[in-house]
Design a protein around this ligand. Structure first.
Ligand code: CUA
Length: 305
């Protein structure tokens, strides 16, 4: 959050610094008064006792007056920040839907027909309206460098407006304890130049390409026959499972298991072989494949660019 890359995150960071400075001043002042009181209590009996009037004034200002002033100042700045953070996006904003699952993010671009997982692509400089919900328990969506935090709830959709004005890469994670692998429910946010984002949409709004080569073609059969397809969708095939991430263009992603492992052949093999070795408790069962079936399946998955 200290690396704010957008106007909304800047606003929140400014408010955070104000709270830190005010809190520090109050804490230091309190410590000074406490030390003075302790020293007086430790036997400095020559001093005349303070008058009842000055004690009352001290208690009033220390206990009511100064705290009230500090709280009014904090409230004024907080309300001002809340007013400048939009609750709804302006016309022309990009709509994205994010659904929390135990323990990964489903990400949809409904105006473009793109569905992906755990990798949020954003165009730089364009306002985004995120519609955030959950398929199971309460999660919390938070990309600290871009916007505030919002709950992902199973029974309603929350809207979060954000905007990134700098190119970059943010790694974040679920911010509400949601079960065993809460800490491995991670998200990558990639803020891209407008042209790169458009190219990414073009590459991802299509059905999967036909597998090329005998290994990949056999891998599709393994995918459809051994149970992968009952949980995963690959658009353009008969695999339409909805419980796990859409894999139509999975080979273009950077990681697997919600940013648990980098995407490469060894990691993908190990993950499919037994995901619980890396992420105990996930719904995906260990695969029971022969070595040849595994090789074919990997060839097919790697063809899903
Ligand atoms: Cu999802 Cu914590």
């Amino acid at each position: 959050m200290f690396d704010a890359d957008g106007p909304i995150a800047d606003e929140i960071l400014g408010l955070w610094w104000l709270l830190l400075v005010l809190g520090t001043v109050v804490f230091v002042a309190f410590c000074v008064v406490l030390v003075i009181a302790l020293r007086r209590g430790a036997g400095d009996t020559d001093r005349p006792a303070p008058s009842a009037g000055s004690l009352r004034r001290f208690v009033f200002w220390g206990g009511v007056g100064v705290p009230a002033i500090v709280l009014v100042v904090v409230m004024a700045f907080t309300v001002d920040s809340m007013r400048s953070i939009p609750g709804a996006a302006s016309a022309g904003a990009l709509r994205i839907e994010v659904v929390g699952h135990q323990w990964w993010y489903e990400i949809r671009y409904p105006d473009h027909g793109v569905v992906t997982a755990n990798e949020l692509h954003l165009p730089v400089g364009r306002q985004v309206e995120l519609h955030v919900s959950s398929s199971d328990v309460i999660h919390s969506f938070w990309v600290p460098g871009l916007a505030g935090k919002v709950d992902m709830l199973p029974d309603r959709t929350n809207v979060l407006v954000l905007e990134a004005d700098e190119l970059g890469h943010h790694r974040s994670q679920c911010a509400e304890f949601c079960g065993l692998q809460h800490a491995r429910m991670r998200l990558e946010t990639l803020v891209e130049p407008v042209d790169d984002f458009a190219a990414w949409i073009d590459a991802n709004d299509t059905p999967a390409a036909e597998p090329v080569g005998s290994g990949a073609a056999a891998g599709l059969d393994v995918f459809l026959a051994t149970g992968c397809a009952s949980c995963h969708t690959v658009r353009g095939t008969t695999a339409v499972g909805a419980d796990g991430p859409d894999l139509t263009h999975m080979a273009s992603r950077r990681t697997i298991g919600a940013v648990t492992l980098d995407l490469n052949r060894e990691n993908l093999r190990a993950w499919i072989d037994d995901p619980h070795e890396f992420k105990t408790g996930v719904d995906m069962p260990p695969a029971e494949l022969t070595d040849d079936q595994m090789d074919d399946l990997l060839a097919y998955l790697e063809s899903l660019e």
